[in-house]
Design a protein around this ligand. Sequence first.
Ligand code: AMP
Length: 283
Amino acid sequence: MNQTTTFPELRAARAQLPEPVGFVPTMGYLHEGHLSLARRAREECASVVVSIFVNPTQFAPTEDLDAYPRDLERDLRLLEEIGVDLVWTPTPEVMYPEGFQTWVTVEELTQVLEGASRPTHFRGVTTVVAKLFNGVQPQKAYFGQKDAQQAVVIQRMVKDLNFPVEIIVCPIVREPDGLAMSSRNTYLNPDERQAATVLYRSLTAAAEAFAAGERDADRLRAIVRDMVDAEPLADLEYISCAHPETLQELDGEVERALLSMAVRVGKTRLIDNFLVMNHAFSP
Ligand code: AMP
């Protein structure tokens, strides 16, 4: 497995890779969620590139950039085991050299949900992903449904800017008790870790109600809200029942929806989502 830092090193290594090249962008501190993307890329592509970069521009000054967990040695070992060909570990100076002033912004899709709570987040994400795509020039790129809005935003960017890459969105990998895997789960103390299951529990309750015939968007949101309110260590930031592609909030009867939420458990901000769909419904 090769490892590169600078753009010239990356270009030289990339030029040697058989195509199609599959690419998995990450911020490191890898868990089974990340590894599921790398394994899928390994199955589908002749070469696999993974980037590890804790991207400063997608963190607000008040957020956890400095505390974000890192363990490069372990990450490299895990990627080697999967048979990844190339790991790109750019530094902030490589990504954002002095004088940097060009940004990629997806407009409407980033105003809602995570974007409403984190107004500068997606500009950082789309800009870094555009740079990562320009560096790696993959044929396929793998993202997790865990960050549902991110996947929608990246798909929009790729379409709007004609990046020649296919975006593949992979299912959320969960702990045995349902908690979606996240590098940020390491921030949770044992009581918080227990409380954090409320995201999965409440989304499951709403999805079960939907499966049993509950179609009202407000009532689906209320099921989640009531369960989170009953959990003393958890604070609901938002619960959304939105159109899965436009991300616009839905009212009244819904046939297909992205139920997504952000919750603070102690100081840790967690997100999760379920897609619900009436299988008898064809749009
Ligand atoms: P991150 O390192 O948090 O930026 O995540 C890198 C990629 O892994 C993103 O596409 C995430 O959506 C994806 N990812 C993170 N957690 C999970 C998970 N539990 N299941 C599936 N994909 C995930």
